[in-house]
Design a protein around this ligand. Structure first.
Ligand code: FAD
Length: 301
């Protein structure tokens, strides 16, 4: 039986793994990849490379170390976590059954895609998926946000403080009746296109236009960047109701990254902690590992 199994090798899981190994725990990382979402980086025609510290640079050394330590990681998908005597069992897609005294869940959250022509081609080339990360780059530029939920309204509100214009392509009324929705509707530099659907993303090297339909009419929208801000889907389903989740499906954790089940900890985008950022995931991963370590120190043999 391992002391600790970490699920997910993004910034949170990589940091937790390195901390656990430093504490000499018998730990295993089960993950689909190393780096998680830091493997994606937005490219824009007007942003110079030297101005950016990438997520890969932040967690790259941890990823290299874990890549090298073959005994401490396994590339596989966790499909089930069950409580067993003295700990937990993790069943994987490859049919393995790993056992550990404690678990850290760091499986992140998936951003929903629009699934329209041009999306894959221009993804991260002018088509962005994280306004909270990139909005400050758009001083006096024209931007467009796609979505109508709280996430899209938040992105629109942030961009409206910086950009010259924000067009919100809102498929429905969504959360527009909320306080944030009213703020967005009242902002001078925001245009809300309610009932608008994205048909395609168009461009050259970068996304330059959105083809949309609104009330049966076809239109084209030009902007410096397009933010796809549809719901985030936390990757917590495989836990099958074992731990408490919030209304968005994120694992509820306390200040020490403890879930509702003793011995299960969580960190990063899969939790209800603010906000989806690399440095926060790194810090939360470190906290979760130290918290799990304290738990194991106290646990009876
Ligand atoms: C396009 C984009 C650009 C971004 N840009 C920035 C930025 O500039 N600055 C910034 O601070 N933040 C940025 N973010 C946010 C940042 O990337 C995330 O907040 C951060 O990566 C979260 O780390 P995490 O470890 O919680 O999850 P993730 O990075 O999502 O990692 C999750 C890990 O879990 C693994 N996994 C998933 N399911 C399973 C399973 N069932 N079994 C085993 N493994 C599993 C995945 O393979 C992955 O390794 C960006 C996000 C996106 C989508």
């Amino acid at each position: 039986m391992y002391d600790l199994i970490i699920l997910g090798g993004g910034p949170a899981g990589l940091t937790a793994t390195i901390y656990a190994l430093r504490k000499r725990l018998n730990a295993l990382l089960v993950t689909l990849d190393l780096g998680g979402k830091t493997n994606f980086r937005l490219q824009l025609p007007f942003v110079e490379k030297h101005l950016v510290i990438t997520g890969q640079e932040v967690v790259g050394r941890f990823a290299n170390e874990v890549e090298y330590l073959e005994f401490a990681r396994e590339f596989d998908r966790a499909e089930k976590v069950e409580k067993i005597k003295g700990g937990f069992a993790v069943t994987t897609r490859a049919g393995k059954n790993h056992k550990a005294k404690a678990i850290i869940v760091a499986t992140g959250a998936r951003g929903r895609l629009m699934n329209v022509p041009g999306e894959k081609e221009f993804m991260m080339r002018g088509l962005c998926y994280s306004a909270v990360s990139y909005a400050p780059l758009f001083i006096e530029r024209e931007t467009c946000v796609i979505g109508d939920t709280a996430l899209a309204l938040r992105a629109t509100a942030e961009l409206s403080q910086i950009a010259s214009k924000v067009t919100l392509v809102a498929p429905g009324r969504g959360d527009l009746d909320s306080p944030m929705g009213r703020k967005v509707l009242g902002a001078k530099n925001v245009e809300v296109l309610q009932g608008a659907r994205v048909e395609a993303v168009l461009g050259d090297n970068y996304a330059r236009e959105l083809a949309i339909s609104i009330d049966g009419e076809q239109r084209k929208l030009t902007a410096d960047a397009f933010f796809v801000e549809l719901e985030l889907e936390p990757r917590s389903q495989f836990l099958g109701g074992l731990v408490d989740l919030d209304e968005l499906g994120r694992i509820k954790v306390d200040g020490r990254n403890r879930s509702s089940v003793e011995g299960i900890f969580a960190a990063g985008d899969v939790t209800d902690v603010i906000a989806e950022q690399v440095l926060i995931a790194v810090g939360e991963g470190a906290k979760a590992a130290l918290s799990a370590y304290e738990y194991l120190l106290e646990a009876e043999e």
